[in-house]
Structures are given as structure tokens and as C-alpha cells.
Design a binder for this molecule. Structure first.
Ligand code: SF4
Length: 334
């Protein structure tokens, strides 16, 4: 946020900098390197890379969303925009019709800007871009229009953490709150379960860049809504496949013990994991307790956890990231 209280992207829109960055991003799609896969295809000429998406944004839904971390959802909901397609191939993706089959509609920058303004009109606390990694240039173009037409909500970049540092630099001073995953500590596991190449190095470079931009402090407004900062999500997987202890240790040691970490117990087999001998079950209570111990052992100081119920259907209900199950920002979850 700027001193005037406007989101940081507003002066960038007024000065023309946002339009310049949108154009730089668009040029990156001529031999696409918008994400670390660096497919090299010309998306502007209709070629498709791993994400199978063209240059214009494609999305499945936009709505107020209540089940993010408390400083994101607040009381009125987060203005969430779910983008179609994905740069990952997670075997257990809950949203596979959207992420893998690409269900959704292609929208112009003007229409995407209208959606952002509609969400603001409905009382959203923020604009929450879910899995926009492959559409950053289109998002910048839309944001430029929306900002000039009065958008003044914090921008949340909610992603899988497999991000290009070059693209993240286009978002410097544009994104107010980063909400990335740190999914894995082992490249071989990341490749087998999610189809990523070089996930660990890419993820860690991305987290360093996000942390450089917004720092440790999660800045809240008078209602406890996040205005600026970094929240790293980590979902515990069965049989230790997420490398939870190593992920948490790295965050504390290489970023800061003060980074907010959201430790998620909600894993539920879906898509191609349902019949998998290892992934075909929820995590056990002992697996989640071990993850909580790893959080403490790493020296992490701030964040949230989910209640463990043993029943993933239940964990997707009211208890997920609800205030009753979470430490408040600035408090140790323990
Ligand atoms: S954004 Fe899509 S086409 Fe571009 S590098 Fe990533 S996966 Fe490939």
C-alpha cells in the first residue's frame, strides 16, 4: 500500500508502468517463458505449451470465497478468481476439471477488469488470483484497466509456487499479498506426483523473490485483513511425500522464522490419486501431529493450522482455516 492508502498498483497504473509491464509480459509469450517450464512456444501465434492456454485469460469462476486464511477471507469474503489450466499436473488435484481439462471461459482484459470491479462492488476484501501463473500478462493488462476505473482492493497472488522470478519482478509493487505453496522438498517426488521439473529450486527462488518484495511482516488493516505480506502454504501428504520437515526447515532458515506458514491437513485423494497405493488415503492424525512438531522444530513463529478430523469431507467444512482453528496473525499457533 502507498502512503495515500491506495494499493501499490494504482500509481503504477496512472504512470503507465502497469501497461508497460503488461506489454513486457505479453512479449514473453512469443517464446513462452512465463513459468519455469520455459516451453518456448509462441502463444501469441496460437501455439500451446504444457499449460495448454493461449494468451488471453481463461477462468472458471469468480466469487466471494470464505475459506481462505482469516486475514484473506475476513468477514465478507475474498474476491476470488479461479483461472483455468495449470502449469502443474498434480495427480491428486481437487480442481482437475478446471486445472487439467481447462473447463472455463476465455475473457478479454476488459471483461476481467469488470469482474474485479464487480467483486469490489460486492464487498470483497481483496482480489484473489488463484493459479494465475500462466496468465500474468493478461492479469496485468486487466488490472491496468480496473485500477484506472477505481479498483482499490489489495491484490492477492495465490499460486502453486512454481513461478518465474522474471515474471515475479513484473509483479513487484503490484501484488500486495503473496500466497504461494511450498509443495515439495524433493524434485523426484515433485516430478512424479505433479509433473514439475526442477520444482524445488524454482519454488525456493520464487519464495525468496516474494519475500524480498513484501518482507516478513503481515500488515493488517483495522479489521484484521491482510494489506501486504507473504503467507506460505504447505499441504501435508501421506507417507511424508511432501517432505514437510525439510520444507518448513528451509523456510525458517533461509527466509525467516517470522514468515507466516499455513499448514494444511486437508489432503484428500482425488483425480488420479484415488486408486494409488500411497496417495489413495487421507493423511493420518499421527502424520499431521508430526507436521506440527516439525513446525515447532523448525522454529517457525507464525501461521495457521487446520483441525484434524480424520474425515477429509469434514475438514473441507467449517473448521478449515476457520478462526476457531487458527492462531491469530502475530501469535504463535501453539
Ligand atoms: S506458461 Fe504455459 S506455455 Fe508458458 S512456459 Fe509455462 S507451461 Fe509453458
Amino acid at each position: 500500500m502507498t502512503e495515500t492508502g491506495w494499493p501499490s498498483y494504482s500509481p503504477l497504473a496512472r504512470s503507465g508502468e502497469l501497461a508497460r509491464r503488461a506489454q513486457l509480459g505479453r512479449e514473453m509469450m512469443r517464446a513462452c517463458r512465463v513459468c519455469p517450464r520455459e516451453c518456448g512456444v509462441d502463444r501469441l501465434a496460437g501455439e500451446l505449451g504444457v499449460c495448454r492456454q493461449g494468451p488471453e485469460a481463461r477462468l472458471s469462476s469468480w466469487n466471494l470465497h470464505a475459506w481462505e486464511e482469516p486475514p484473506i477471507s475476513g468477514t465478507r469474503g475474498s474476491g476470488t478468481i479461479f483461472f483455468s489450466g495449470c502449469v502443474g499436473r498434480c495427480l491428486f488435484c481437487q480442481n482437475w476439471p478446471i486445472s487439467q481439462l481447462g473447463h472455463g471461459q476465455t475473457v478479454s482484459a476488459e471483461r476481467l477488469a469488470e469482474m474485479m470491479l464487480e467483486l469490489q462492488g460486492r464487498g470483497a476484501h481483496n482480489i484473489n488470483l488463484v493459479t494465475a501463473t500462466h496468465f500474468v500478462p493478461a492479469v496485468l493488462a486487466a488490472l491496468d484497466i480496473a485500477a484506472q476505473e477505481g479498483l482499490c482492493l489489495p491484490l492477492v497472488y495465490n499460486c502453486g509456487g512454481y513461478e518465474s522470478v522474471e515474471v515475479l519482478r513484473l509483479l513487484d509493487g503490484v501484488v500486495d499479498v503473496y500466497l504461494p505453496d511450498a509443495k515439495y522438498a524433493d524434485d523426484a517426488v515433485a516430478r512424479r506426483l505433479s509433473g514439475f521439473t526442477g520444482y524445488v529450486a524454482a519454488n525456493r527462488a520464487a519464495l525468496r523473490e516474494m519475500h524480498r518484495q513484501v518482507g516478513d511482516e503481515l500488515v493488517l488493516d483495522e479489521d484484521g485483513i491482510a494489506r501486504r505480506g507473504l503467507i506460505v502454504r504447505h499441504m501435508v501428504l501421506p507417507a511424508g511425500l511432501a517432505g514437510t520437515a525439510e520444507v518448513l526447515r528451509w523456510i525458517a532458515a533461509e527466509l525467516s522464522p517470522g514468515v507466516h506458514v499455513s499448514l494444511m491437513a486437508q489432503y484428500c485423494p482425488a483425480y488420479r490419486a484415488e486408486d494409488d497405493p500411497v496417495l489413495g488415503r487421507p493423511i493420518t492424525e499421527n502424520e499431521y501431529l508430526a507436521a506440527l512438531d516439525a513446525f515447532d522444530a523448525a522454529g517457525l513463529e507464525q501461521g495457521w493450522r487446520q483441525e484434524y478430523h480424520g474425515d477429509p469431507e469434514d475438514m473441507f467444512g467449517l473448521e478449515v482455516n476457520s478462526p476457531s482453528s487458527c492462531a491469530k496473525p502475530g501469535q504463535n499457533r501453539a
